[in-house]
Design a protein around this ligand. Structure first.
Ligand SMILES: [Zn+2]
Ligand SMILES: [Zn+2]
Length: 300
């Protein structure tokens, strides 16, 4: 029997407000290992409803230093600590990760002292510590961690001007899942996705985004409209995801980080992925927050 290998979606949204979708956050579950990837707004609050105890997450990875991937990290640290963590959290990410962690810990410094003064030895001092390793940016998958059979590789994607930005490739028990991070169409993502059983990919629907840009402009929201018009340049369009997945022989596509935001509604999800099915023959899902999807052996 194959071991448990799942993607648990904490947040499937973007910086654009959406009541159904928090900022980016995914927990990779491989056997008893839990690895958090990104922790955007609201993602930490999705951990318990997802059936995961925060204290079992001992490793966190970051894809890049955009707010929608990191601002719930302080909340996660406290949830993990007060849930009983007794060891430091290991954090891996691109250049900038150490500075981000240091900044959050500085902001938390007084409260860490208050909690320890109030709760004494019920809180382990190591449970709020963080050990950061910054990973070099390489276009080819770079193995940086192996946790009881879960092999973690990073690869640089194209999210310029956000440099460096990473995607991650996870191999476990004969299966492979790739998380794109935020990226435009790029060769490194196509290479990393080759033969993956599951590709969890960010996606932007071009007609829906254009409609929204026009609607904002028509409503006199000129600045908002102009800002949204900048967004497509560093994201991957749904038709590009479909073509990449077909070329790379990916077993299953799971869309996340949807732009523009889509509600948890089958009609909107269908509209968002419209046209992809004509290009890519495999299953295509639009992920939801607090959804748990098994990585199934599919790619040949
Ligand atoms: Zn993002
Ligand atoms: Zn981003």
């Amino acid at each position: 029997m194959s071991e448990r290998f799942e993607m648990v979606f904490l947040g499937t949204g973007s910086p654009l407000p959406n009541p159904d979708r928090c900022g980016a956050g995914t927990v990779v579950v491989a056997g008893d290992t839990h690895v958090l990837v990104d922790c955007g707004w609201g993602a930490a609050r999705r951990i318990l409803p997802s059936g995961i105890r925060p204290s079992v997450i001992n490793t966190a990875l970051f894809t890049h230093m955009h707010t929608d991937h990191m601002t719930d990290f302080p909340d996660f640290l406290f949830l993990r600590w007060t849930a009983g963590a007794q060891t430091p959290l290991r954090v891996f990410g691109p250049e900038g990760t150490a500075e981000m962690v240091e900044g959050f810990l500085l902001a938390l410094r007084r409260d860490i002292g208050f909690r320890m003064a109030h709760h004494g030895d019920k809180l382990h001092p190591d449970g709020i510590r963080v050990e950061v390793t910054e990973i070099p940016a390489t276009p080819e998958p770079h193995a940086f961690l192996d946790i009881t059979g879960l092999r973690c590789e990073s690869f640089e994607v194209d999210h310029a001007p956000v440099v460096p930005a990473f995607g991650y490739r996870f191999s476990f028990d004969g299966r492979v899942a790739v998380l794109s991070g935020d990226t435009s169409l790029c060769d490194s993502l196509a290479a990393a996705a080759r033969g993956a059983d599951m590709l969890v990919c960010e996606a932007l629907n071009v007609p829906m985004t254009e409609q929204r840009i026009a609607a904002l402009k028509a409503a006199g929201m000129v600045r908002e409209s102009a800002l949204l018009a900048d967004v497509p340049s560093y994201h991957i369009a749904t038709d590009q995801v479909a073509a990449l997945a077909r070329e790379a022989g990916v077993g299953e596509v799971v869309l996340t980080h949807m732009i523009p935001p889509v509600a948890n509604d089958p009609e909107q999800a269908a509209a968002f992925r419209a046209g992809m099915i004509d290009v890519y023959p495999g299953p295509i899902r639009v992920a939801r927050d607090i959804e748990r999807l098994p990585v199934v052996k599919r790619a040949s």
